[in-house]
Design a protein around this ligand. Sequence first.
Ligand code: C5P
Length: 229
Amino acid sequence: MKDLSNIMLALDNFTKEELINKLTETKDDFKTIKIGLELFCKHGPQLINEIYDQFKHDIFLDLKLHDIPNTVRKSIKSLEGLPIKFLTIHLSGGEEMIKQAIEQARESLPGVKILGVSYLTSLSENDFDEIWAIKKVDIPKAFGQLFKLAMQTKIDGIVCSASELEIINDLEKGHCQNLIKVCPGIRFKDEIENGDIQDQNRVLDPKNAFMNGADYLVMGRSLTASKNM
Ligand code: C5P
């Protein structure tokens, strides 16, 4: 891959020291880095400030907030002033939660793009059935419902598997909306062919993900575990 400007580098599985080393090594390669629950739970907001001060990346804080509307709203208020560009909430928190999250973010984190997570890319067809009694044939409809909710609430963007972009592309036709489309669950073609996808399930390779309309790809282990990086 030549152009990495639309790749959000997911920094999981790192100690703080390893993280700083990785960012020092790759400083100019990636515009956006993603800090998830693992590092945030360990080091808190201080880490976000430190990274931003030292490296000036665009920071995607992937907290996937999912709670009652008031709790999500207050949690976002607690992030006030952090130098982040993207923040995730779960779309399945419902319309009121999404609206409260967006409203609070506009106040406390101006300029931050709120991204709604649809269904985790780690979930398999079996999980859809086991958790929600959604059969294989009804999975696209379930995505359609969440994407409609995303459009209704005028959230800035969505997080979904690149295989599901067709559903949102169809829904967007006829609406004057263009959500930012962020896709995790990315693996290189040979990794997919070899079944080297770890805990992910609904995966796609970078080329096809962009061809399907992804604006950004979230990539973690395929890059961070690579000896060439
Ligand atoms: O290492 P890998 O490329 O699988 O990392 C994917 C990253 O994207 C992880 O940080 C994970 O938390 C995040 N993510 C995801 N699926 C979603 C939303 C976020 O894998 N639906």
